[in-house]
Design a protein. Structure first.
Length: 143
């Protein structure tokens, strides 16, 4: 199968981009649930254990909620991309540009796990600007 071909009336590149965006969304949701299940042990803070445990629990809930929100947002973008929404494509391009910007800084500062995110974001951005993808998202005008 050629990347320039179609499958079920949609470009194969669209399927690849949707799969990447959906996988990132599922990854974020998984990270959110893992953050909810994390237990951080605080020892050596006599008299302050309860205060710090409540604070850490609140922070974990906020972080988990943020990851779950980002995951759901990514899944919505994947659906909009699949359905051919030009607005969804535009929002995804903005999100990818922001992700690339922050991933570059993270990789430069030594966060090599962000290198995978950087590569995936660049790959999806390149896919979205391929001629068959631009043609797919171009609205058909009837006058």
């Amino acid at each position: 199968m050629d990347l320039n071909s179609t499958y079920n009336g949609k470009p194969v590149m669209l399927w690849i981009a949707v799969a990447i965006v959906a996988a990132v969304g599922l990854y974020y949701i998984l990270q959110g649930f893992l953050a909810l299940g994390t237990d951080i042990d605080i020892t050596g803070m006599e008299g302050y254990e309860e205060l710090f445990e409540d604070l850490i629990d609140a922070i974990l809930i906020i972080v988990a909620g943020l990851f779950i929100f980002l995951g759901i947002f990514s899944l919505i973008l994947a659906f909009l991309l699949y359905s051919g929404s030009n607005g969804g494509r535009t929002v995804l391009i903005i999100v990818l540009a922001i992700a690339i910007f922050f991933s570059v800084f993270d990789v430069v500062s030594g966060g090599y796990l962000s290198l995978i995110e950087l590569i995936l974001a660049i790959a999806v951005l390149v896919i979205l600007y391929q001629p068959q993808m631009i043609a797919y998202f171009k609205p058909e005008r009837t006058y």
